[in-house]
Design a protein around this ligand. Structure first.
Ligand code: MN
Length: 487
């Protein structure tokens, strides 16, 4: 994303004369420069134009739509900018849009202020006219208000930019499916045509036989090289080296097939491992650590969401997760998340260990896998479900803790957390909303970013917070259902 950029478009008009327009342009350029130098924006901001006519706005929107470098536009009105001139541009805008309601000067200068000052510095006035037209046009947008030199405000813009990065990644995402979804499972299913139309994902299948063929063509030297990478990152807590080498073979083959097709996410299923000796464990985990999204049991939705959220987050700390079991001791109520093998080590509290254990599911040889505890910290879990006719993104605030017991016989990576508002109400809300057992758990993507992303993608968003009650959620879901049927 280093070569990507956002465009700063400033609204004005001819009414104030050339000098004012020149001042606006100079200040917009200065603000852009300082915002870029702040280190709080993940991508470069480019000042494009002080727009004064319908044609200037229409032209810049056309350019933004077709320039792959441009991930979104940010507008602001230093002066008043009559908004009918924005209509033709805005109705055609296809990129994420943020309205930054700010002001060049921080304070009202007591002695200096006169009507010239007022006419030059009237964002309070101009941004309201500007905001109306986006509301009137029902545009998906983010409104951020605050002083442009404040770090907290700059960080909010940076955070929104990250959500817009998620939009760009989503629109070009390709998902490689090895095998179909697990038989009879409902929540991992979905309308791939609708998903491609809404989110851009290209979700297609490749034969497991082709993967096995590619695995057989992997050389011992290639495996040696990957084993060295494993050694540099993980402790070997097993002497079954051949099992680890087999996972390396699987990883190399899956990566080759994905890279050849430009895929950044994949799914597989233990019910279709024809010709494979082990279910990929370590192989999938190490691919996730490199930014590839993964979903077990054919869950291509969670695989794609993992890729998108890894790209949105500052540190790629978004991981495929599954709610497994509860600890229901009074006053000590926790969820334990894991998977049969495939938890991404980017959430590990310490250096992961490679272990080899039998796997009761899938009827194959003992697979090598990474075992570790997840780290502490505030996080979210999200689930994207297909409601039939629309997609719903469910997000819950959680707090991850160091697991309260060491569980010496549990042979998989594990994360323990407290869900908001508490375990039982949280579970009631999650189940009421239809959230899946598979989630993406993220330490560095926020609920606000996921809301922004859902808004830009035009899909339903449901947020379970410390203040959510089952009653309020039921009411919201009922109204959402009506609203989305009308949409
Ligand atoms: Mn699963």
């Amino acid at each position: 994303m280093n070569n990507k950029e956002f465009w700063f478009v400033v609204g004005s008009q001819f009414l104030y004369g050339e000098e004012v327009l020149q001042t606006v342009a100079t200040r917009a350029a200065e603000m852009t420069e300082k915002l870029n130098a702040s280190g709080n924006l993940p991508c470069k901001l480019v000042y494009k134009v002080t727009a004064k006519t319908n044609k200037e706005i229409t032209d810049i929107v056309k350019e933004a739509n077709y320039d792959d470098k441009c991930l979104g536009i940010i507008t602001w009105c230093h002066t008043f900018s009559p908004s009918k001139m924005w209509i033709n541009g805005f109705v055609n805008l296809q990129k994420p849009y943020c309205h930054f309601a700010t002001q060049y000067n921080r304070e009202i200068p007591n002695d200096e202020i006169d009507m010239d000052f007022m006419n030059l510095n009237q964002a309070a006035h101009g941004d309201r006219e500007h905001g109306f037209i986006a509301a009137r046009l029902r545009m998906p947008r983010k409104v951020i208000a605050g002083y442009w030199q404040d770090e907290a405000v700059q960080k909010r813009i940076g955070s929104w930019m990250r959500a817009a990065i998620g939009v760009a990644v989503s629109k070009e995402l390709k998902v490689m499916r090895f095998g179909d979804n697990m038989r009879e499972v409902a929540v991992t299913e979905g309308d791939k045509v609708e998903v491609q139309a809404k989110l851009g994902w290209q979700v297609n299948t490749w034969p497991v036989g082709k993967l096995v063929e590619t695995m057989n063509a992997v050389t011992e030297q290639e495996i040696d090289e990957l084993m060295n990478v494993y050694k540099s990152k993980y402790d070997f807590a097993t002497d079954k080296i051949d099992s680890i080498r087999y996972q390396a073979r699987e990883e190399i083959a899956m990566k080759k097939m994905m890279d050849a097709e430009g895929c950044k996410a994949f799914s597989n299923t233990f019910q279709d491992l024809y010709g494979m000796k082990q279910l990929p464990g370590l192989a999938s985990q190490h691919l996730m650590a490199q930014g590839y999204g993964y979903g077990g049991e054919g869950d291509w939705k969670v695989a794609a969401m993992t890729t998108i959220m890894k790209a949105m987050g500052e540190n790629g700390e978004s991981v495929f997760m599954e709610d497994y079991t509860y600890h229901l001791a009074e006053g000590q109520e926790y969820s334990l998340g894991a998977h049969m093998l495939e938890v991404c080590p980017s959430c590990a509290a310490d250096r992961p260990r490679i272990e080899v254990h039998p796997l009761g599911i899938g009827d194959r040889e003992d697979p090598a896998r990474l075992v570790f505890e997840g780290k502490e910290g505030d996080a979210i879990v999200i689930s994207l479900v297909d409601m039939g006719g629309r997609l719903r993104l469910i997000c819950q605030d959680i707090h991850c803790v160091k697991p309260i017991m060491d569980m010496p016989n549990l042979p998989v990576a594990r994360v323990m957390w407290k869900a908001e508002p508490n375990l039982t109400t949280g579970v009631e809300c999650w189940i009421t909303a239809g959230g899946a057992h598979h989630t993406v758990l993220s330490y560095d993507v926020t609920a606000e970013q996921m809301k922004d992303w859902a808004n830009m993608m035009d899909i339903e968003f449901v947020h379970i917070t410390k203040d959510t009650t089952v009653e309020s959620l039921e009411q919201q879901l009922f109204l959402n259902d009506l609203a989305w049927k009308l949409k």
